[in-house]
Design a protein around this ligand. Structure first.
Ligand code: TRP
Length: 324
């Protein structure tokens, strides 16, 4: 039998090319595993509870990003977390036996309170403390054995394993202890050299048009010591070169021509924009197909149905084990 995996993303706006390797990893896992991929809107609310966000639009956009890159509803269950009340029930039941100290010592907890506190967000809430517990419920309600995530999520997966262990110890064996699958994520900066982030407006969206790609690539910071086109360049300090490393097949040629002052930054960026566009254009084509009619809605409905089959069964076992 195929092993089962679960992963999720918060719907916080258009995904950018920094997210692409994560999604490509999810796509690659589809053949080997039984996959459950969820748009976790409740998790978005834990930090965005004051924002009065239109989550319906963000959910649709996220589903389109996923589908355009190649998540396939024939292979994977793609669904919205808040459509699955079982996650909420399991979260509640887990909360009965989870020591508060376990949640308080998750490294992201105090960090995030401090970091987002500086942006004026008060995260001294019950929901935010429970963020990793809800995540554990997401994963365990499908008895997922593995969870593809970024390195930053390792403490959350560790907590999830502890919750599974504690449940099994208290009520009898129901849950596996899931493993993290850490995908390799090449760290791409934003076009201004800072961290790539939508809020800095320095990111290239996966759905970007050729014009948008051109504009963003043109803004990339290059070697500041290079004044004239035939000055020798230093690829090591150039943001555009970091992107060439991922998107351009003939990296060596570019590096040499830059160092020898044979290619100017304008031409070099034009070539980079073409290469990025080559990668993104099939995704744009696929997105167009999925944008038609109510296709996205159907995918999410079908995904929720598949997910519910498993989640409902787990909850029966959980209730029975706990005597409820
Ligand atoms: N916390 C994850 C993140 O920020 C999102 C998430 C929520 C998740 N539930 C999950 C990831 C379950 C993996 C499994 O990226």
């Amino acid at each position: 039998m195929k092993k089962r995996i679960f992963s999720g993303m918060r719907p916080t706006g258009a995904l950018h090319i920094g997210h692409l390797s994560v999604l490509q990893n999810w796509v690659a896992l589809q053949d080997e595993y039984e996959c459950y991929y969820s748009i976790v809107d409740w998790h978005a609310l834990t930090t965005g509870y004051e924002d009065k966000t239109d989550y319906q639009q963000l959910i649709r956009d996220m589903a389109l990003d996923w589908l355009s890159v190649g998540l396939d509803p024939e292979k994977s269950a793609i669904f919205v977390q808040s459509q699955m009340k079982e996650h909420a029930e399991l979260h509640l039941l887990f909360s009965m036996f989870t020591p508060i100290s376990w949640l308080e010592r998750v490294p992201t907890y105090k960090d995030q309170i401090q970091q987002l506190g500086q942006e004026g967000k008060d995260l001294h809430t019950y929901g935010f403390l429970g963020y990793p517990l809800l995540q554990a419920a997401d994963i365990l309600v499908y008895k997922a054995q593995a969870v593809p995530v970024g390195e930053d999520q390792i403490p959350h997966i560790e907590l999830c394993r502890e919750i599974a262990r504690r449940f099994n110890h208290l009520y009898g064996h129901v849950f596996p202890e899931p493993q993290a699958i850490i995908g390799k994520v090449p760290l791409l900066p934003g076009v201004d050299g800072r961290k790539m982030s939508k809020s800095y407006n320095n990111a290239i969206a996966i759905s970007a048009s050729p014009e948008e790609i051109n504009n963003k690539v043109r803004q990339m910071i290059t070697d500041p010591q290079r004044i004239r086109k035939d000055d020798p360049g230093h690829p090591g300090v150039c943001v555009a070169f970091k992107f060439h490393k991922i998107y351009s097949p003939d990296l060596e040629r570019i590096e040499i021509e830059c160092r020898e002052g044979k290619i100017g930054c304008v031409a070099c960026k034009k070539y980079l924009a073409e290469n990025i566009n080559k990668v993104l254009s099939p995704y744009r084509e696929k997105r167009k197909e999925w944008e038609e009619g109510d296709k996205v809605k159907q995918v999410l409905l079908q995904g929720a149905e598949q997910a519910r089959n498993i989640a409902a069964q787990t909850m029966n076992e959980v209730r029975k084990a706990m005597g409820i």
